[in-house]
Design a protein around this ligand. Sequence first.
Ligand code: SAM
Length: 226
Amino acid sequence: MFQELRNIIDFTIRNNTKYSRKNFKELNPELIKRNFQENLYTEDVLAQHLTKTPRCYAKILDVGCKNWFYAQGEYNFFKSFCNEIQLDGIELDAHRLYTNFYSRYEVAKYYIGSLNNTNYISGNLLDIKNSYDYIIWFLPFVLKEPHKYWGLPLKYFYPQKLLMHAYSLLNEGGQMLIINQGEVEANAQVELFRECRINYISLGEITSKHFKYQNSRYGFLVNKKL
Ligand SMILES: C[S@@+](CC[C@H](N)C(=O)[O-])C[C@H]1O[C@@H](n2cnc3c(N)ncnc32)[C@H](O)[C@@H]1O
């Protein structure tokens, strides 16, 4: 109850003020190295699980992209088989501040600064109307607790609606990759697919030689039929 009230107040304040320090740059060599490895991980995981269909142009959406520290990995993967790409990232809580007073949005500007046609959108997935060839969704909130813990008001907790909407944005022949953290969330994801009557392929545990996260991750692939 208290946490919900705090989340509502904090979320409202940060979205109205949009306060942030400007011009973020990562200078810590350890964190730069970790980010490099996480981007290799991202590129590798996409290469393991998505189909590389050569295209002149592909539109890609990343859902809940936070500060988009892994955008480079996504960009490199899609550019490896598409001449041109439009890479959009949507984040509901873009103005959340880190302890150094930079917002996610400001940090994301640093990570996507050198990537052509890459667009960070501060907003709700439900307001996206474009269609996409690929949708990438790392660690969606499928349970209430993590959603609350990350500071979001409960009025934004509607995982079924979000999944249905994401699926509706996918072009025919398109692919959506969803990765969940831990078995409990992966089981909740399966239940969501069932409730939404969306067919999926279970990819099992997601691993890469480039990086290992502390908690196991599990993946699901949705192929939208032509
Ligand atoms: C667990 S985080 C994952 C962040 C990032 N994808 C990663 O792998 O580190 C889930 C993110 O989804 C965002 N989110 C939740 N609901 C959303 C919505 N309706 N539209 C857009 N983003 C949303 C949250 O604010 C949060 O940043």
